[in-house]
Design a protein around this ligand. Structure first.
Ligand code: PMV
Length: 337
């Protein structure tokens, strides 16, 4: 268990999108999520004795470790708490470390920045001390950190990020049922364009506000969660057969339900409309909503093309980038630098 001889080591983790099932997954429905080829990298080094600056700092404009508009998300106080959890998991020696975070995904946009940060921190610490960690232990440790940011998360974000590729996920049940995670094999890769409809108000806030609304109308909200779960199951079969037109149609239906749940916004709807007008197979928000990312599934053969849709998002004033939903053969190339 000797510390790394080199000065700096890196822990990295990809971001993620939720293709189907956000919010419903909190209530036990299946979700389908995928890693993307952008993520977060944490440089871990020993603290200089003279260095009394921040223990955890960001070197990325994409990941400002902001205190607004979600003071309870990845703000400075939560980061301090996350480091306390890391000390309890990985030992008090973590006090001697300093972390510099570099991200190619925006924070608070439903692209898994906090879960990726949690996974990258745990990986970085284990790397620094030369202690390999298996996926199950990594999932457990990252979940403890993720809970600092998101209260009572379903676990879909960090489980997908550790597993990699396209994943079907059902959370652990209150009845003791274990979480299930299955890696899906897509016969071919398909384009995904991501547009960011501004920062969202925080996953914990969005989940709490929705829970409050649902408490007043449990029967009606319960039906919507059930319907979203059914979409996830149907979409899974279409994804595994490469039937992406059907997947896109079901994404549009899922977006309609998310709108009904009150987590969409005019900017999210505008991005979905731009994508659909330009021939995307389907579009929906990804993550907690109230802002954050919109994902559009794009087959270049039947649309203006991923590049054109990315440009259209940007022309409308939204940060945008294109990525690929990985197939069995493309997973390996999803390694982050
Ligand atoms: O943190 P986000 O924005 O990726 O949202 C996570 C998905 C939710 O279903 C809204 C919350 C959860 O814990 O699953």
């Amino acid at each position: 268990m000797s510390p790394a001889a080199i000065d700096v080591v890196f822990g990295s983790a990809p971001g993620k999108v939720i293709l189907f099932g956000e919010h419903a997954v909190v209530f036990g429905q299946p979700a389908i999520a995928s890693t993307i080829d952008r993520g977060i990298r944490v440089a871990v080094s020993r603290r200089d004795g003279q260095d009394d600056g921040p223990i955890l700092r960001s070197s990325s404009a994409m990941l400002p470790l902001r205190s607004k508009p979600d003071p309870d998300g990845e703000g400075p106080e939560r980061l301090r708490q996350a480091l306390t959890v890391l000390r309890s998991l990985c030992g008090d020696r973590v006090r001697e470390l300093t972390f510099s975070v570099d991200g190619a995904i925006p924070a608070g946009a439903g692209l898994g920045s906090s879960a990726a940060l949690a996974v990258a921190l745990v990986r970085g610490i284990h790397q620094f001390y030369g202690e390999p960690i298996d996926d199950d232990a990594l999932i457990d440790r990252a979940f403890a950190v993720e809970k600092v940011f998101h209260g009572n998360p379903s676990g879909v974000d960090h489980t997908t990020i550790v597993t990699g590729g396209v994943v079907a996920y059902t959370r652990a049940g209150d009845d003791g049922a274990r979480a299930t995670v299955e890696k899906l094999t897509l016969p071919r890769a398909v384009n995904l364009v991501i547009g960011v409809a501004g920062p969202h108000a925080g996953t914990a806030n969005a989940v709490a506000a929705l829970r409050d609304r649902a408490r007043r109308h449990p029967e009606h909200y319960g039906r919507i969660y059930d319907a979203i779960g059914a979409l996830s199951r149907a979409a899974r079969a279409h994804l595994e057969k490469g039937e992406f037109a059907a997947v896109g149609e079901l994404m549009d239906v899922n977006q309609g339900y998310l709108n009904a749940l009150g987590v969409s916004t005019p900017a999210i709807e505008a991005l979905c409309a731009i994508a659909r007008e330009r021939g995307a197979l389907g579009a929906k928000l990804s993550g907690a909503g109230g802002g954050g990312a919109v994902i559009a599934l794009v087959d270049d053969a039947v649309s203006d093309g991923a590049d054109a849709i990315t440009r259209a998002f940007a022309a409308a004033g939204y940060a945008a980038f294109a990525t690929v939903l990985p197939s069995a053969t493309s997973n390996a190339s999803q390694e982050l630098p």
